[in-house]
Design a protein around this ligand. Structure first.
Ligand code: NDP
Ligand code: PYR
Ligand code: MG
Length: 761
């Protein structure tokens, strides 16, 4: 199975059911709001609310600029829509637009650490809409208008820009225009074209299309070389049907009347219209090395498969993430607002848009460093027809685009705050991205390059079936579902799960031809531990964890995931009966705790109850190794209740001795201790120990005992709002992951992907 087909399509397609489940599981929707200040004591209440809150109120009344210091305004953007042009789905109303708007808000946070809330305004009347939004200015640092149809969007945006003193940015217009222009600059360069003589057709004359054509013209395209089309065909001078002032501004003198006529001999076509609008004949009639941006969402005007079936000289882009060259405004709006907010910009002007387009275009030409390569679907892309624009997961976007935007805002006089050191600003921006999201993305991409056979041991459980399907749908490899076929099929039918999807295999232990081999293998391992042959036989016949682990041990599967029907330690015992530690390694559990853009690995959260000093040193080595494999530079803190000898105590001595052992082993990673968690995680506290050998706050925490590891990760999850992944099993000779009994589908798929990833390392 390959991760990409001929058109370069990668494997991120999802089923309708998966999309619905994703949105409905847990807390419905994709967003929640959480406080940033403690609200625990009477004092907190007095500060946050009456009487303390009166102080910032008066300060803001006296000087409105201080709202950026005392409230969320400076990092808060509203995503506002009336749902009249939801993606390319048309006018489905304000309520139906909510999933897209929540999605945009989440992308703001994920990609640029901008807080955002969606507001759906239930009117199609431009004046009513303007009246609703115009009074919201004090709440936000910026307004991102979304999926509002033309021509009302032009009136709405223009009016709001005039009356509001914060950036108002219609993403479908300008976000799209910036990305399309960046991609086009690069595609023109690759095909050796001069923008002054290039002939371009833009299909669609709505929000996105008009803005694209305007920005392209401002970059130097000749107006007479651009033909726009809409549902009525070519927009020519003198046309009266279906016109408005924004279309008229781009009407050209031409005899061409249809999209077919317009595309004949054209160098470039931009699709900002609807699914399937381009025919094969139209694409055939274009000039040599045509540039085709089919940007309608969710389905493009023509697919890359259709184009590659008829021509092999095209540069092709779509708005989707599962093909190369994703020309989508997600590459722009988070970073545009990041830069604008950070200089308290009063507006987003042409200079800022052009700066963003140029920065994006230039980024695609830069060499891709190692830590970035993994974001690129497993390949190190080189500037060329399949790579004209960075992908949304490129971690360099956050540190380059906002810098260009902020600089342009300062130079063009719309910044109300000056950033004196842009290089330092760039470095601060890098720290804002969420490292685990990139890490998981990287893991998925690596697995797609080398798909693996993972056995889902509890195959009769509905979560396991769903996870197996998702595993296969994401082209991570083959899912081997262990269980009784009839029971599984009945359950799958009831739940609407397609078990006949290529890539899913049902393995029935009772009728498997491998039962004998597994029993022999297990008996050979257990015969001197009090087990008879028939005991081994019973374990293989009746226990899915033993059967699955033997499949992995004997090479019939590459990895295994289990855990929802049996507690962690029981499942681990089952597995350990069949699989040994990797020679020279120790089996441990490592949890990944993700909180506020920071990821720490915590060990050992699964195996050692009260580790000795020697064992603690082993745990540090295993955890540092995992950190490295996940792409981190390990900085290991050996935690205790004391810090560097104070207060002294027997338990801390064990941790200190572990540090000495690591010294003697001359390990090749940073470590120090013993230290408290505050010293390990807080740079200011760590400064009080200038001799500490860690070059920054720790990203690997070795806990002194299982109970402290377990208690602290669970507290982080329940009280600290952290996401905790794992424990990941490390150190086994074969790849096995055990999920918690409460695991959701998405947790299981992540663990299956991690099992597949480890099977390859
Ligand atoms: N990749 C990206 O980042 C983005 C993609 N888009 C996509 O662009 C498309 C348009 O969005 P938007 O501009 O916001 O919507 P609008 O409703 O503002 O505009 C739609 C335009 O498309 C035209 N149109 C519709 N169907 C056809 C067709 N078959 N042939 C020619 N023209 C057609 C309409 O013509 P008429 O004027 O005659 O009604 C109208 O001019 C959507 O598919 C959207 O998903 C939008 C923003 C970003
Ligand atoms: C991507 C986007 O904003 C759209 O298709 O409307
Ligand atoms: Mg949109």
């Amino acid at each position: 199975m390959s991760a990409k087909d001929k058109s370069g399509r990668s494997a991120t397609s999802v089923t309708d059911q998966e999309a619905l489940d994703f949105h409905s599981q847990g807390r419905p929707g994709k967003l929640e709001i959480s406080p940033t200040k403690p609200m625990a004591t009477q004092r907190d209440l007095s500060l946050a609310y009456s009487p303390g809150v009166a102080v910032p109120v008066k300060a803001i009344a006296a000087n409105p600029a201080t709202a950026y210091d005392y409230t969320t305004r400076g990092n808060m953007v509203a995503v506002i829509s009336n749902g009249t042009a939801i993606l390319g789905l048309g006018n489905l109303g304000a309520l139906a637009s909510k999933p897209v708007m929540e999605g945009k808000s989440v992308l703001f946070k994920r990609f640029a650490d901008v807080d955002s809330i969606d507001l759906e305004v239930d009117t199609e009347d431009a004046d009513e809409f303007i009246n609703c939004v115009r009074f919201l200015g004090p709440s936000f640092g910026g307004i991102n208008l979304e999926d509002i149809k033309a021509p009302e969007c032009f009136i709405i945006e223009q009016k709001l820009r005039e009356i509001m003193d914060i950036p108002v940015f219609h993403d479908d217009q300008h976000g799209t225009a910036i990305i399309a222009t960046a991609g086009l600059i690069n595609a023109l360069q690759l095909t050796g074209r001069d923008l002054k003589t290039t002939r371009l057709v833009c299909n669609g004359a709505g929000a996105a299309a008009i803005a694209c054509v305007e920005l392209i013209k401002s970059m130097g395209f000749a107006p007479e070389n651009i033909i726009m089309c809409d549902t009525k065909g070519v927009i020519y001078q003198g046309r009266t049907e279906g016109m408005n002032q924004w279309k008229s501004a781009h009407a050209v003198k031409t005899d061409r009347r249809t999209l077919e006529d317009a595309m004949d001999g054209a160098d470039v076509v931009l699709g900002l219209s609807q699914k399937g609008a381009f025919s094969e004949a139209m694409i055939r009639s274009m000039a040599e090395k045509p540039i085709i941006f089919a940007m309608a969402n969710p389905d493009p005007e023509i697919t890359p498969e259709e184009v590659s079936a008829i021509r092999d000289d095209a540069i092709m882009a779509t708005g989707r993430s599962d093909y190369p060259n994703q020309v989508n405004n997600v590459l722009c709006f988070p970073y545009m607002f990041r830069g604008a907010l950070d200089v308290h910009a009063s507006t987003i002007n042409e200079a800022m848009k052009i700066a963003a387009a140029e920065a994006l275009a230039n980024l695609a030409k830069e060499d891709v460093p190692d830590d970035v390569a993994a974001a690129y679907q497993g390949n190190r892309p080189r500037f060329g027809p399949q790579y004209i624009i960075p992908v949304p997961f490129d971690p360099r976007l956050i540190s380059s685009i906002p810098v260009a935007v902020a600089k342009a805002a300062m130079e063009s006089g719309v910044a109300r705050k000056t950033l004196p050191d842009l290089a330092a600003y760039g470095r601060q921006l890098s720290a804002r991205r969420d490292p685990i999201a990139s890490t998981l993305q990287r893991i998925y991409e690596r697995v797609r390059r080398q798909p693996k056979r993972i056995v889902f041991a509890e195959g009769e459980e509905v979560q396991m079936m769903r996870s197996a399907l998702a595993y296969v749908n994401q082209e991570l490899g083959t899912a081997l579902l262990l269980g009784r076929e009839q029971q599984m099929r009945e359950m799958a039918d009831r739940e609407g799960i397609d078990l006949d999807r290529p890539g899913i295999q049902i393995v029935n232990a009772r009728i498997s031809k491998r039962t004998g081999a597994y029993t022999d293998y297990l008996y050979a391992r257990l015969q001197r531990k009090g087990y008879l042959y028939r005991d081994a036989q019973r374990l293989i016949n009746n226990d899915r964890n033993h059967f699955a682990a033997c499949m992995v041990a004997l090479g019939d599967a590459d990895g295994m995931v289990t855990g929802i029907t049996r507690n962690y330690s029981t499942a681990l015992e089952d597995v350990r009966r069949c699989i040994d530690p990797k020679p020279g390694h120790r089996v441990i559990g490592v949890s990944l705790a993700l909180c506020r853009g920071r990821t720490v690995l915590v060990a050992d959260t699964a195996v050692h109850d009260m580790p000795s000093a020697e064992e603690l040193a082993d745990i540090a080595e295993e955890a540092a190794g995992l950190a490295r494999r996940l792409g981190y530079f390990p900085r290991v803190a050996m935690l205790a209740y004391s810090t560097f000898g104070h207060p002294s105590g027997e338990r801390s001595e064990r941790v200190r001795e572990a540090v000495n052992i690591l010294d003697r082993r001359r390990v090749d990673f940073e470590y120090d201790g013993e230290m408290g968690a505050d010293v390990a995680l807080n740079a200011r506290v760590m400064e009080q120990y200038p001799f500490c050998r860690l070059s920054g706050t720790a990203n690997v925490l070795v806990m002194p005992a299982f109970h402290s590891a377990s208690i602290s990760t669970k507290m982080l999850q329940e009280l600290g709002g952290s996401t905790v992944i794992g424990p990941l099993l490390v150190g086994l000779d074969k790849s096995v992951q055990i999920v918690s009994m409460a695991a959701k589908d998405s947790d299981i798929v992540n663990m299956a992907a991690l099992a597949a990833h480890n099977a390859g390392s």
